[in-house]
Design a protein around this ligand. Sequence first.
Ligand code: DAH
Length: 337
Amino acid sequence: MEIQDSIKNLKNEADKEIGAAMDQKSLEEIRIKYLGKKGILTQILHSIGEMPQDKRPQAGLLANAIKGEIALLYRKKLEELIPGTVGICTLTDLTLPGRKMTAGRFHPLSLISDEILQIFKRLGFNVVDGREIETEYYNFEALNTPEDHPARDLQDTFYITRDILLRTHTSPVQIRVMENSKPPIRIVSSGKCYRRDASDATHSPTFHQIEGLMVDKGVTFAHLKGILSSFLVQLFGVNTVVRFTPSYFPFTEPSVEVSIGCWICKRKGCHICGNGYLEILGAGMVDPNVFKYVKYDSKKYSGFAFGMGIERIAMLKYGIEDIRLFLENDIRFLKQF
Ligand code: DAH
């Protein structure tokens, strides 16, 4: 019989004997027989030195592996006979492959939000927090949104009481900041908003926005254009085409919609953008009526504000086609970021 075969047989024999051992003493005898200083395996390992050179490495590996396996069988049996003597740690099979540790990651919305806030911090803006539960006054009235404005519709807003609601946008942060501080103001704020929208590929009843506000003496529309263009180029790349078009928001006058040239179709028009441009922000010069609510003198101060949806930007940047993926917490989706 080849030495390889006899080594393998040895393990079967030892297995049988160990299995049959009834007490610690007989188990110890088996250990000495196979693993002891003069035991069978020790002898085999010695005799390998006399084998032909080319057979030695393989036989050595095999004998050592079998020795390890018999030692493990012995320790398992010992633990079985006298629990606690060996302990779980020493029963660990060190030859098993390691367990793979997967690192945690940030949610794609956190990544985009952090990136945007970081850009505005570099432009001199401070990051502030707002409240998700707001009053009608901060969410609408002080933002110059009249009672008959469609945004106030019961269908769009989650009301908690007649006066308390879940904010429908991050704009109330503007009012709270202006109430509590004097110009110069340069703030951004990121957070959750809520609207009574039925959930589909592009709508979700909870979503995220980032709001911005700059107020000082002599702030003009040129500042708005400069800051927002710089922001969009930093976020979407140096070749980004930025477009400002007239729009309407109750709290700004004039108001603009800020879009970037669609990089997918190169502004030719495609199924993502429609007309060659992707709308990213709403913005405008703070309406003097809003300044009245926070007791700012609109002859002395002027400012601009802007707001954007984070989901939309993340969807465009990462090519995500369904907004619901952000809330489902499917590891296969989240793993990609
Ligand atoms: N609050 C607006 C919305 O939810 C976005 C917005 C538009 C915010 C213009 C602003 C702004 O601060 O100036 O659609």
